[in-house]
Write a protein that binds this ligand. Sequence first.
Ligand code: NAD
Ligand code: IPM
Ligand code: MN
Length: 372
Amino acid sequence: SHSYVIAVLPGDGIGIEVMPPALRCLEAAAKVFGFHLEWRHYPWASCTYYHQHGKMLPDNWKPLLQACDAIYFGAVGDPATVPDHISLWGSLLLFRREFDQYINLRPCRLISGVTSPLANRDGKHIDFVTVRENTEGEYSSIGGRIFEGTDRETVIQNTVFTRIGVDRVIRYAFELARSRPAKKLTSATKSNGISITMPYWDERVEVIGKEYPDVKVEKYHIDILCAHFVQRPHIFDVVVGSNLFGDILSDLGPACTGTIGIAPSANLNPSATRGESGDTWMPSLFEPVHGSAPDIAGKGIANPVGMIWAGQMMLEHLGEKDAANAVMGAIERVLKVSRSAQLRGESDILTPDMHGKGTTEGLGRAIEEEIL
Ligand code: NAD
Ligand code: IPM
Ligand code: MN
């Protein structure tokens, strides 16, 4: 039977709370479907580690992660004690960059049992995937401050679009759209205002689109696209966007499905192959969309579904499709049944972000038991 080595990086805040139930769910799936998951637990990539060592990572972080088939990541950030750009550029953003995880897949679905804040929406109305460019764009390291401390103080940060970087994410999105029934791709742009980089993005969508005559393409400026996410979410199938636009849309989309607490994220390097030597392998990283949520950390009420669903995407990526389907099915059944129980005034295991009184532990256990 197959065996997979997984780096486990819980990080900070609720990352530490949602990781254990998620590991138990994946172990349950491994047991049922007859494969083995070997967890390599690491305390680094966290602000706790930063306080102890003065840095986010040990010097040998790269070979340690490259020895793994995939990375399972909680959430990082403790803005009260470490500036976010230090903790994030010292961990998650560095991994995305160093392992060239150029695709960030963020599915968004309205799941029965989770109440949408939008009126009159049910499951068939929200079901799309955001494909976010994940290594360049607005998240560049090019820029700086000049005339600091004077009245001419100036800060500049350049957006970087490379042909390779733009084309590979757009092509990936077209392939994904082609594989889905609706065969529709929506491109997020802002070429009316951002007059150099965004027209280039539009141009590449148009050029690459010629290779995909079977895929219907639409483009919207990011402002009205946000409005459509709220008012017409049913029109979306695959949505492709730059690093920043993809980031924003992938919180907005899940918020329209009730809570960002259920949303998963796969940071993929689809070109990576595992060769003779470990040093060229670039593992992909699976994480919830949400952050460390300092406002609810330590209370035991974080929604574990985003973490579990991210694990489901990891199983799919590893080739364990049946196990992945079983985990998704368990999430869906538990959420639906739990809402019914809540409405009947029976047990309430939905977490507060889903308008329940449940706990991380309780909801996690229910999903684990449903898988077994
Ligand atoms: P956040 O996602 O941590 O929290 C935003 C809001 O959503 C909070 O009210 C929080 O309680 C709620 N929330 C988030 N996840 C939830 C869950 N699973 N269950 C219930 N409620 C949930 O975003 P933020 O407040 O902007 O950021 C907090 C810290 O996390 C910052 O340091 C930020 O940089 C970091 N962050 C990290 C990641 C990551 O590691 N991938 C992602 C986003 C933010
Ligand atoms: C995400 C997060 C990160 C991002 C932050 C924490 C740097 O918001 O994964 O969506 O902007 O990519
Ligand atoms: Mn984000």
